[in-house]
Design a protein around this ligand. Structure first.
Ligand SMILES: O=C(O)[C@H](O)[C@@H](O)[C@H](O)[C@H](O)COP(=O)(O)O
Length: 266
């Protein structure tokens, strides 16, 4: 059984005993949100990230989810993407295609990957334009409190430096308030050129889930969740604060090992 609880203002923490338990809980969570969105709006607009996340979503390709999820209503986006060709080993699109999208009956025209034949700046502009069209046609919902898209679910990983999507510590992209999608050309994690959702978009989603495993993330997770002092660095993951939506952290025991409140009794 996973330990589950709420950490003041930092959302729901789900700490899992094993990787298998985490994967099942994550698949159940995504399948339930998909059902609820399809029932309510007729669409499920989900944004993926790169890294270990896709592997951890693997159970969705298996029974019962592969048969019970209404894949025809899924619209796929990326919270961040590396600006490389779609068939490049570094591409987040390729990672998701190989590990998930090719194994379930997603409608190809519902998969919104970036334009990989232009510069990072143009790719970010193009991607925002595509999302704007889909907001107009209600495939992507719109926030009640600003003009941002309101994705049904944004899935994020966490870097050991505290980055989420391609929003890295102390980077000016963290200050972007106007654009929905921005670009960077100096990512500290290779490859250097990336596009990324901005914080206003991430924080306008109906649901944000951050999936974090392994001891190497324990310190960053502590800074993202526990009370920090005024002199402690404000890492990007701590800026994930959905205005109205729900925030859930899917953790294993190793990632959660430095949390102050690992018994989750508050
Ligand atoms: O394109 C990327 O680099 C990813 O989107 C990135 O933000 C990732 O999610 C984190 O670095 C966590 O990656 P791991 O889960 O593999 O550690």
């Amino acid at each position: 059984m996973a330990l589950s609880g709420n950490q003041k203002d930092r959302g729901e923490l789900r700490i899992h005993e094993s990787m298998d338990e985490l994967k099942t809980d994550l698949a159940d969570y995504i399948a339930e949100l998909s059902d609820a969105s399809v029932k309510e709006r007729g669409f499920f607009a989900i944004a993926l990230s790169g890294g270990s996340l896709i592997g951890l979503m693997g159970k969705l390709c298996e029974s019962p989810y592969n048969k019970t999820v209404d894949w025809s209503k899924w619209y796929i986006f990326w919270a961040d993407e590396r600006v490389v060709a779609k068939n490049h080993a570094d591409s987040n699109y390729k990672l998701a295609k190989d590990g998930l999208l090719s194994k379930v009956p997603i409608v190809p025209s519902h998969v919104h990957s970036i334009n990989d034949s232009v510069s990072a700046e143009e790719a970010a502009d193009d991607y925002e334009f595509v999302i704007r069209q889909l907001v107009k046609t209600h495939v992507v919902n719109v926030s009640e409190i600003n003009d941002c898209p309101k994705f049904d679910l944004i899935l994020l990983g966490l870097g050991p430096d505290g980055h989420i999507a391609s929003l890295f510590p102390n980077h000016s992209a963290l200050d972007e308030r106007e654009e929905w999608v921005t670009f960077i050309t100096d990512s500290p994690k290779p490859p250097p050129e990336r596009i990324t959702f901005t914080l206003p978009v991430i924080n306008s989603a109906s649901n944000v889930a951050v999936v974090v495993t392994g001891e190497g993330k324990a310190e960053a997770l502590h800074s993202a969740i526990d009370e920090v002092g005024p002199d402690d660095p404000l890492i990007p993951a701590r800026m994930v604060q959905p205005a109205i939506g729900k925030l859930v952290w899917f953790l294993d025991k190793q990632a959660a090992s430095k949390l102050e409140n690992s018994n989750l009794n508050n």
